[in-house]
Design a protein around this ligand. Structure first.
Ligand code: C8R
Length: 271
């Protein structure tokens, strides 16, 4: 019902801000510093979650029009939450969010997707938006993430800023996991990976972009290492002065896909 709700005339709205978001953000922030991030071997400067991280986060969007969040609104939050990452340890993705998260989790603290860094972990999968009215946070409905009439909404601005910082931090070789079964193409020219991350790699400090193209177990083959939009990506990497490698459906990706469909005929461990 929330999903079909309409605000401001014809703007289609999605679900509202995640209930208890304050407790969730503060809890995850401490969890990452005391448990989850520690397990990944990350040295952290201590961030006081309730008095430093939460205010920086909420002040970026509370009491504001949900569609006019300033480009730099999350600067203080992303700066506070940015920690160092290992060389050769960056994973980008487009259309393969869960796969990238699994890759990162299985790497034992050597590879990070943005969702497994301190800042990404703290707010991943949450919904949040402001309103000029009342308590300043709208728990009833937020704009739909793909609403073209609402491009500068809080989550879009946040993931844009966090992705930019994340890409700027990368050193050595980076990996990108792309979906070769996506009918829009694996490398889309309007994706965050294409518009924010690739342009913000420091090409004097990043030598290789290792492309991994993954196809759905049952899915169509749209792009491969040798076809479609991957050719455009290779060209962009070369033009930026870096080198590429490319692999279609590496074994680890297939193993991860098969954990969700162990009985699928192509997941037979004996074959
Ligand atoms: N990144 C971008 N968007 C992210 C994100 C993230 O880490 N995490 C979440 N939850 N989101 P897509 P893309 C949300 O089209 O555009 C970084 C945002 O609402 O499959 O290329 C990350 O480092 C966003 O609209 O991929 C990664 O490398 C969609 O999910 C790219 O950017 C992104 O959906 C992925 O962004």
């Amino acid at each position: 019902e929330d999903f079909a709700a309409r605000v401001n005339g014809n703007r289609v709205a999605g679900a509202g801000t995640t209930l208890n978001i304050r407790e969730i953000v503060i809890g995850r922030c401490w969890d990452y510093q005391r448990v989850t991030g520690m397990n990944q071997g990350r040295p952290l400067i201590e961030v006081i979650c309730g008095t430093t991280a939460w205010p920086a986060f909420v002040n970026a969007f509370a009491f504001q029009n949900p569609c006019n969040v300033r480009e730099d609104a999350f600067r203080s939050f992303t700066n506070i939450m940015t920690v160092s990452l290992p060389r050769n340890g960056t994973i980008f993705w487009s259309g393969t969010k869960n796969l990238a998260k699994m890759y990162s989790e299985l790497s034992g603290g050597t590879m990070f997707s943005l969702e497994t860094t301190f800042v990404g972990y703290t707010v991943n999968d949450l919904t949040w938006c402001g309103t000029p009215l009342g308590a300043g946070i709208n728990y009833a409905s937020c704009p739909s993430f793909d609403d073209p009439s609402c491009p500068s909404q809080a989550s879009t601005v946040f993931w844009g800023s966090a992705s930019k910082l994340f890409a700027r931090q990368a050193r050595g070789s980076v990996s990108v996991l792309l979906n070769g079964s996506d009918s829009r193409g694996a490398f889309r020219n309007n994706s965050v990976f294409s518009t924010v991350e690739l342009p913000n790699l420091d090409s004097s400090l990043v030598d290789f972009v290792n492309i991994i193209v993954v196809h759905d177990l049952d899915g169509q083959i749209v792009d491969t290492c040798d076809s479609g939009t991957i050719l455009i990506l290779k060209d962009r990497i070369i033009k930026r002065g870096m080198k590429w490698t490319c692999e279609d459906d590496p074994k680890l990706a297939k193993l991860i896909q098969c954990t969700e469909k162990p009985d699928y005929h192509r997941c037979n461990l004996a074959s």
